[in-house]
Design a protein around this ligand. Structure first.
Ligand SMILES: [Zn+2]
Length: 60
């Protein structure tokens, strides 16, 4: 399953879809040609817990 990572280059910020197997390895951005390391746990969606009526925090 591909992993979507964002290029860390602030002037690029390209969104790359890389294979899952490159986690923890270095990839090269095809847009700005820098190499960066793909986080080992990139884009792991947090488990969605069913929240019905969450209590509203008091914001003051
Ligand atoms: Zn880039």
């Amino acid at each position: 399953m591909p992993v979507t990572v964002m290029c860390p280059n602030l002037r690029c910020r390209a969104t790359l879809s890389v294979p899952d197997k490159v986690r923890g390895k270095r990839v090269r951005c095809p847009q700005c040609s820098i190499t960066f390391q793909v986080p080992a746990s990139a884009n792991t969606p947090p488990p969605r817990l069913p929240q019905k009526t969450a209590p509203q925090p008091e914001e003051q």
